[in-house]
Design a binder for this molecule. Structure first.
Ligand code: ATP
Length: 493
């Protein structure tokens, strides 16, 4: 198997995604809309399969219920959640080339050696003895360099002078950055005909709040007892400052979130439980184990008691695909406060009334799509030719089987069409009778179809077909009436 080349893999994937109908740029004929993508015929199948696997894994159990809350919610929801006040990123612009950056991401992208150099240049222009000494005593310890750098960026007396030392990554100029400004990421719109402040509503930036405000509705109607969870899949919108890396950071995306309500003293155990479960989910769907890791947070969000990210090693580096948080009783308490409605749970066993703690698992469906896509992409040499293959787990593959009559005569198309009609009742299948069989196999490899069923001369004699497996390319001879069971066993594992 050939090692994937990191540098050009995203470009290749974007191109394959477009060519084979996985993902198109939104509004392409008008030049596209930044940060928005459209899922084509095969993409929508892959995305749907990812969501379906998540839904089965998370809700086909006794203690988790489903929900589909509306995207538009009462504006007070976003005051209570803290989004109106806090859901912002620090943004800076380069006055020279007009590029815009998210400050934290820009800082992360500068390596420690360069940061040290910036700090040294900066120290020759300031008077604070304390900082000068700290900078002069810096060795090669990356953590220490990062700490000093971040401390200075957060210090309003010094951040401007430190920013003045940094070269713009786009045009290379120095001293051209504006001051950092906070930019709220929520999309605003108006409900009803009047465009005034009393009519402002937001496109939800996360699905979680729809779950929190429905906590008692779901608990009461489903007669759940703690611990139990509520799961939801849906669109979220963020006016991201920089959108890049294809589907990794977009302005419209889908989330798969589950909020698990627990007794406060059980929160840590459930946090650990969900951390393990969620990583297993990615692994069980075939994601390369060595490209997955946890990243525990030291610096926690205002609502969290513990937080970890599941990260995937993308060609451009490690990136979060899911966050797992112990959100304490912050959310429900805030909604109690802002709505003046009790969201307490009555524990029949202990006869206590309390606000539950929440363990959140929050994954991006579209970001997971990108991770599964990258992970499945291989270029392999077969008989002196390169074959491109997407090695999706059969459960995720957009097309489960292709039906290929070897030639368009001798009764083969008729048998093939019959097999197609039978299998179509249970599986997404594809019929292809055009071109040499080898080329037809390659076309299916390229979109990740796990099984190719070929109808040949032997089929006419004994009602068997060959089933070629995508990854091993080994062919099995299977009786036509066994095909459905064969595929079911292979797909479900
Ligand atoms: P980041 O730090 O990358 O902006 P975040 O920590 O703000 O992400 P969360 O608010 O925890 O992300 O959202 C949960 C999940 O939603 C993320 O793990 C990611 O998979 C997905 N997600 C968040 N923002 C985006 C986006 N702009 N585009 C695509 N997916 C996203």
């Amino acid at each position: 198997m050939q090692e994937k080349k990191k540098t050009d893999i995203v470009e290749k994937i974007v191109s394959l995604a477009k060519r084979r109908g996985f993902v198109f740029q939104s509004s392409e004929i008008y030049g596209g809309l930044n940060g928005c993508w459209d899922y084509g015929p095969l993409g929508v199948e892959l995305l749907k399969n990812i969501k379906e696997e998540w839904w089965k894994f998370m809700t086909y159990r006794e203690d988790v219920e489903g929900l589909d809350a509306s995207i538009l919610m009462h504006p007070k929801v976003w005051e209570a959640s803290g989004h109106v006040e806090n859901f912002s990123d620090p943004m800076i612009d380069c006055k020279q080339c007009k590029s815009r950056f998210r400050l934290d991401i820009l800082v992360e992208s500068i390596n420690a050696k360069k940061k040290k150099k910036y700090l040294q240049d900066f120290s020759s222009k300031i008077e604070s003895k304390e900082y000068i000494e700290r900078i002069q005593s810096l060795k090669e310890d990356e953590d220490e360099i990062n700490t000093v750098f971040n401390t200075l960026l957060e210090d309003e007396n010094y951040n401007k002078s430190l920013l003045a030392e940094i070269n713009c990554p786009q045009c290379g100029n120095k001293g051209t950055f504006t001051e950092a400004r906070q930019f709220n990421l929520m999309f605003k719109t108006f409900i009803g005909p009047l465009e005034d402040t009393s009519a402002v509503v937001y496109l939800r930036p996360e699905t979680a709040q729809g779950i929190f405000v429905n906590f008692l509705n779901v608990q009461g109607s489903s007669r759940q007892k703690l611990p139990f969870g509520i799961a939801q899949i849906g669109k979220a919108f963020r006016n991201e400052i920089n959108t890049k890396n294809f589907l990794f950071r977009t302005r419209e995306f889908e989330q798969m979130e589950m909020q698990y309500f627990v007794k406060p003293d059980a929160a840590q155990n459930w946090f650990d439980y969900w951390k393990t479960e969620r990583l297993e989910w990615f692994k069980n769907l075939g994601m390369t184990t060595t490209k997955l890791r946890y990243h525990d947070h030291e610096k926690l969000a205002h609502y969290a008691d513990a937080a970890t990210d599941i990260e995937y090693e993308f060609p451009f580096g490690w990136g979060e695909i899911e966050g797992i948080h112990n959100r304490t009783n912050y959310d429900l308490s805030r909604h109690e406060q802002f709505s003046s409605k009790s969201l307490k749970y009555f524990d029949e066993e202990t006869k206590e009334k309390y606000v539950p703690f929440i363990i959140e698992t929050s994954a991006g469906a579209s970001r997971s799509f990108m991770a599964f896509f990258v992970d499945a992409y291989f270029e392999e040499e077969v008989n002196g030719e390169v074959r491109t293959v997407l090695k999706f787990h059969p459960k995720l593959a957009p097309i489960k089987a292709a039906i290929l009559p070897l030639v368009n005569k001798d009764g083969m198309p008729e048998i093939a069409r019959k097999i197609e009609a039978d299998l179509r009742k249970n599986f997404k299948v594809f019929y292809d009778d055009k071109g040499a069989i080898g080329r037809r196999y390659r076309r299916q490899d390229e979109v990740g179809t796990p099984f190719c069923i070929t109808i040949d001369t032997q089929t006419i004699e004994d009602n068997t077909v060959t089933v070629r497996e995508r990854d091993t390319m080994i062919q099995d001879r299977i009786a036509i009436d066994q095909l459905k069971n064969y595929l079911l066993t292979k797909i479900l594992g």
